[in-house]
Design a protein around this ligand. Structure first.
Ligand code: FPP
Ligand code: K
Ligand code: ZN
Length: 448
């Protein structure tokens, strides 16, 4: 290597050494944290032999990841009958990961439609398998898969009327949503419910047999932002339900739900303590690892590249306010280079697929959410309130805020063209443009 080359390959000192300041108190957590840092350092500092880009960072090993996800997904036959409640997630993570890698997803259309037809419950909602009870998580994952791969003819397989009736039974008297009949009420429920209401353009009025309607609530949104507000903790992050510990996955769900109900700068600023939230999110990024952890005193993990990394597009839009002009000159609130380095150096498994950290095996979940995090680091997502006119038919039930996002590539990350993934929607986590197309189609249909 000549001198110019070695200069180019120089890894910044931040990513090459143990932290300078460490708490004297030794605990189980601090021992695990030090071990994790030691585990990551050889990958970050370039001691592992991977093909590198011109920034000296390992290239995105695209073909290996595509192969890994294809085999993880298996053959999704058109007459496939799902037996496993986790199957809708496996399908969603695999096809989303493939989509972010630029792979054509149209071939999955028939399989996903067949899945909806098999797993749609006669009383509404979508289950994980034929004959199972409907659940908000499986409904969410299945609908995102459908929207990602489907055209208009595919979208018609969803029964929107029974979906609306079933969702009415998930709405609780305190404003939140349960995940299923008698199930837990948490921030996932709030997020999945409003994603479904806005994607399918369902009426916001509660069905007459909804317990919340019987109590006197008018709409699915009654008391919902207030319920989410109660989930923000003293740390600044957001928890599953009021009174529990702030966590990255629930924070993304809560912010996503608020950003379906209105503009980020209106909803986040009104219902959350934004300064405390920014402070908590910032503390989730570690050095030298560069990656993100899900909660205080826990370890970096590649899936938080999305659950925490994905929060930043929404939070930066809230900080920026209604004026999206002049944005590109502004510095980022988080270290996009650090996350990019963690994903490319530490999260890529040697033989394809992405992982939590080097000592863990890759899987579909970590592949999908590492790639989503890479997309978050590589793009600036801009909320443009003027994107949809007041007479645009996409207005439908009025939940139009999430259809006002555009993107610009963020240049200052150590990536070449070949390391870039496709831009994904910051709220729906489907290819940018797909949620908009589905919403437009359902809004054009008027009623059910
Ligand atoms: C803790 O695991 C993880 C959780 C408490 C959250 C899991 C929730 C999701 C992934 C969100 C699902 C989202 C939708 C939209 C349904 P841990 O204790 O093993 O990990 P940690 O140490 O990193 O906190
Ligand atoms: K974890
Ligand atoms: Zn993880």
């Amino acid at each position: 290597m000549d001198e110019a080359q070695s200069l180019m390959f120089e890894v910044p000192w931040l990513f090459k050494r143990m932290p300078d300041i460490v708490d004297d108190l030794k605990t189980e957590s601090s021992v695990m944290q030090a071990a994790t840092t030691r585990e990551c350092l050889p990958y970050l500092s370039g001691q592992k032999n991977f093909e590198r880009n011109s920034y000296g960072v390992p290239k995105l090993r695209r073909e290996g990841h595509v192969e890994f996800l294809q085999s993880w997904l298996g053959d999704l036959e058109p007459d496939f009958v799902s037996l496993d409640a986790g199957r809708p997630w496996i399908v969603y993570w695999s096809i989303s990961g493939l989509g972010m890698l630029g792979y054509d997803m149209k071939q999955f259309k028939d399989g996903v439609v067949a899945n909806v037809e098999q797993c749609q419950h006669p009383e509404g909602g979508i289950a994980g398998g034929f004959g199972h009870a409907a659940h908000l998580a499986t409904t969410y994952a299945t609908l995102l898969s459908l929207v990602s791969v489907g055209d208009e003819s595919a979208l018609d397989c969803v029964n929107r009327k029974t979906m609306w009736q079933w969702l009415g039974k998930m709405k609780q008297l305190d404003g939140g949503f349960t995940m299923c009949h008698g199930g837990e009420e948490d921030a996932r429920g709030a997020f999945c419910a409003v994603i479904i209401l806005s994607l399918l353009n369902l009426p916001l009025e509660l069905p007459s047999d909804s317990p919340a309607r019987v109590k006197g609530d008018e709409t699915f949104l009654t008391g919902l932002p207030e319920w989410i507000s109660r989930c923000q903790t003293y740390e600044g992050g957001i928890s599953a339900s009021p009174g529990t510990e702030a966590h990255g996955a629930y924070t993304f769900c809560a912010l996503g739900a608020l950003c379906v109900m209105g503009a980020p700068y209106e909803m986040i600023n009104r219902y959350l303590d934004l300064d405390a939230l920014v402070s908590w999110l910032t503390s989730r990024q570690y050095a030298p690892e560069g990656g993100l952890a899900g909660r205080a005193n826990k370890l970096v993990d590649g899936c938080y590249s999305h659950w925490i990394g994905g929060c930043w597009a929404l939070v930066e839009a809230a900080v920026r306010g209604p004026d999206s002009d002049g944005l590109l000159g502004q510095p980022s609130l988080w270290h996009r280079e650090g996350l990019t380095r963690y994903i490319l150096c530490c999260a890529q498994a040697d033989k394809g697929g992405l992982r939590d950290k080097p000592s863990k095996h890759p899987d579909g979940y970590h592949s999908c959410y590492n790639l989503a995090g890479l997309s978050a680091a590589q793009n600036v997502y801009i909320f443009d309130r003027s994107l949809i006119g007041t007479d645009d038919p996409i207005q439908g039930n009025g939940l139009t805020a999430p259809f006002k996002w555009t993107n610009q590539p963020f240049i200052d990350v150590p990536c070449e063209e070949g390391d870039r993934v496709s831009p994904y929607h910051p709220v729906f986590v489907v290819p940018l443009g797909k949620a908009e197309a589905a919403r437009r189609y359902f809004a054009s249909k008027g009623g059910f």
